[in-house]
Each structure stands twice: as structure tokens, then as C-alpha cells.
Design a binder for this molecule. Sequence first.
Ligand code: SF4
Length: 250
Amino acid sequence: MRENRDLLDTWEADDVVQRFASDPAEELIAWALEQWGTRIALCTSFQAEGMVILDMAHRIDPKVRVFTVDTGRLPQETYDIMERVRELYHIEVELFFPDPRQVEAMVRGDGPNLFYKSVEARMWCCHVRKVEPMRRALDGLGAWITGLRRDQSASRATINKAELDAEHGGLMKLNPLCDWTSEQVWDYIDTYDVPTHRLYQRGYTSIGCAPCTRPTQPGDDARAGRWWWEQNAVKECGIHGLGTARRCDI
Ligand code: SF4
């Protein structure tokens, strides 16, 4: 195991992609946990994919680090599954919160429901409540693991199993499930009896903050229920570098 915050370069990232191209997701996770030790952490919002990654990683190393961002606008069901995870896996979930001064200034100035006013306002809220705490969560890590999949949306269609995360200083971002289908995710959950978020039972196919997420209809894009009032906007919050977060002036 390396001793310092070790960042791989583009060649090494490509090598990881080639090396694990056709291997099971567990192989990449096991290699990464060995490679980075306590300087790798798994990011989850407790959706189905995040739960699969968490379950896989916990089977490999019960001390795996798990973190999440609590935006302050999450649905109660997210806190419920967070508690379930803490009890079932006996892990500490590292919680990162937005800067209260930034939230206070934003809500005082733009209102509690600013996200409905414009795409820019929504992206600013995502920046304050998600992107900035995520930046702190990743600070000092050499790598992080996500549950992103290519077929979740057009904006995720080209993600790789390993990529350099330029948005966060060039650390390694691993997406072991990037080539999985939704069916594979739910098969794993059934096989290993992994707990799931209760909102799936109410027609949600992607789950984020309560005021910005709703159930989808059959045939919809999996992320169609996120920021559903926006037309032609990228359905991303900026955490994964797939959207654009900037200060809005509403
Ligand atoms: Fe704000 Fe909605 Fe983004 Fe949550 S999803 S951070 S409430 S805009």
C-alpha cells in the first residue's frame, strides 16, 4: 500500500480501465481498497447502485469508509435507510453538511425554494448544498468509488470504470458498475438481500432531495424525476462534473 496521497496519471487510469474491463465489479473494488487503504472512500446517497457498491465493498473490507452528503433537504426515507445501514453493516457513515453560513445567505436572499426559479438558481443550490460539501469530503483522498452507471442518462453514457477526477484535483474516480444494467443491480440486491430505499416502492427511479425528485413513468429516463420542471437542462448537480454549477443572480 502506498504511503502518501497517491494520484495516478492518465496512463495509469487507462491501464486500470483495460485491466478490469471484463472483470467483475468486486475485483476492481478489492484492488482499489488494497491500493488506497484509508485514503479511498465510497460515496453513496443510498440509492440502489450505492447500496450494491456498499454491500460489495463491505464484504471485502468491513472497515471500508463510506460517506454521504446531507444537503438538509433529503426525504425522511433517506435518513431511514442511513440508519438501517449503520445498524446492519456496523459502519460509521461519514456525513458532510453544507456550510451553514452559505445556506443561510442563500435562503435569506433567494428563498427556500429558489431551485424552482431558474436552472441557475437550482445549480447554485446544488453547489452550496452538494458540490461544496463533496469537495471537503474528497479532500485528502487518493480515490473514491461511485455507483454511477452509463445507462442512467445521456450525460453518463461515456463514463469509464476508472477516470481521473479533474473537478476534484485529479484523484481517481472509480465507477465499478458503469457497465451494469438496472436489472443487474436489482438482481444483486435480491441475491444478497441488500436493504433498499423505500421510495422505490412509490415509483421513484432516482432519489435525491425531497423537493427536487418525484416518481417517474414507465419508459421514462431513470433520472427524469430529478428537477422535472427543467427543460433541456442536464440532470446533474455538479458533483460528478457532468453539470455546471455557478453563482446565480436571481
Ligand atoms: Fe438544492 Fe434541489 Fe440541488 Fe437539493 S437537489 S441541492 S434541494 S437544488
